[in-house]
Design a protein around this ligand. Structure first.
Ligand code: FNR
Length: 367
């Protein structure tokens, strides 16, 4: 318990103070929207709203889970409330970070509770896949999932898949045997939507197909090209071997643009595209490729740590303005229309996708 909380503290510190991003891109430089000289729409009439898991949101942008696990008044409490309030005011979904700390140290529950400042926000709880492995030290099940959701009055739960981070961390939980079966059991026992979520290494078509088969409601692909969890663990490593291991795997994973195409092509699940999304043009590309929402984490951490609700909103509204502009320049009045605009995929991303999907089939219908 104590160690889980301390670890969370260190993660936030490193993410605030050091470069923890991948050294490689997320692949969207290979995805091209095609400029339209006659958009045949007015920029004014563009509608950015989307539907996701039965709710309507004003922008197709989600703040994905980062933290929790401190006492009331301390850093994680402050970050979650700030992000939740911004999400409430923008009417976009928001996720808290791993609630494991709250299960191990129940007195930290208030650092995840945001309903007093965000009564209507679509709130997503968060637990980690390795805790559901059959060899986990204390295996979680339906009981822990319901506790995590209901104690903070969440609308859905995300189960994060983070084998990369756990594998390069000295005290890592690498008990992944039996997770899929546990998730199937949870899906058949609870009424809340379950989102399967990566944490920066991307979801492959093989994993996505399995998740869809057990009835998972949505996937947050969280691909390579943004925050690197091997990068974060590099700074925490205590010895030479640990440092070398984390450095070696810093850029491990499936790039976000590639993961998105694989999951879109092989499943019908709603997708949250995240991992290094840092501007509105990239957001337009991700939505055009078939994501329902894009997700961001690291870009809003700094203002959130200062309790700056306005700062968080400013970043997201800036992205939204760029997204709207890109939509104007391709003649798309809505996110649904954006999915029908032509795209060109070049370079590394094209070479990869030619071996993993029917690329021309994907480009001609992405919905
Ligand atoms: C995260 N992320 C994360 N994900 C998760 O499911 N549970 C968690 O507890 C955390 N914790 C966390 C802390 C911090 C400080 C960061 C920056 C990120 C992962 C996050 O939700 C997201 O999937 C990735 O960070 C990729 O998005 P960005 O950061 O590249 O926009």
């Amino acid at each position: 318990g104590e160690r889980t909380v301390l670890r969370k503290f260190e993660h936030i510190e490193h993410c605030l103070k050091r470069n923890v991003q991948a050294h490689v891109s997320n692949g969207f430089e290979d995805v091209h929207l095609i400029h339209m000289s006659l958009p045949e729409i007015d920029k004014e009439e563009i509608d950015l709203s989307v539907e996701f898991l039965g709710r309507k949101f004003d922008y197709p942008i989600m703040i994905t889970g980062m933290t929790g696990g401190t006492r009331k008044g301390e850093i994680a409490w402050k970050i979650n409330r700030t992000l939740a309030q911004a999400a409430q005011e923008l009417n976009i979904p928001f996720g808290v970070g791993s609630q494991r700390a709250m299960i191990e140290k129940p007195e930290t529950w208030e650092s995840y509770y945001v309903r007093d400042v965000a009564p209507d926000v679509f709130l997503v709880g968060n637990l980690g896949a390795p805790q559901f492995g059959k060899n986990a030290r204390k295996r979680y099940g339906v009981k822990e999932v319901l506790y995590a959701i209901e104690k903070i009055e969440a609308d859905a739960i995300a189960i994060h898949m983070n084998p990369l981070q756990e594998s390069v961390q000295p005290e890592g939980d690498t008990t992944f045997a039996g997770v899929l079966e546990a998730l199937a059991e949870i899906k058949s026992s609870i009424d809340y939507p379950v989102i399967a979520k990566e944490t920066g290494a991307g979801v492959s078509r093989e994993v996505a197909v399995k998740l869809e088969a057990i009835g998972i409601d949505a996937i947050d692909i969280s691909g390579l090209g943004g925050t690197s969890w091997s990068g974060v663990e590099y700074y925490r490593a205590k010895d030479e071997i640990g440092k070398r291991l984390a450095l070696r795997f810093w850029d491990w994973g499936i790039k976000t643009a590639i993961s998105l195409a694989e999951v879109r092509y092989w499943t019908n699940l709603p997708i949250i595209a995240s991992g290094g999304i840092r501007d509105g043009i990239t957001m337009a590309k991700a939505l055009a490729m078939g994501a329902t929402l894009v997700g961001i984490a690291l870009p809003v951490l700094k203002p959130a740590a200062k309790g700056d609700v306005k700062g968080v909103k400013k970043i997201i509204l800036g992205y939204a303005e760029e997204l709207r502009n890109a939509m104007f320049l391709v003649g798309a009045k809505s996110v649904v229309e954006l999915r029908k605009v032509p795209l060109v995929i070049t370079g590394f991303t094209r070479e990869w996708l030619e071996q993993r999907i029917n690329l021309s089939g994907f480009l001609s219908s992405r919905f």
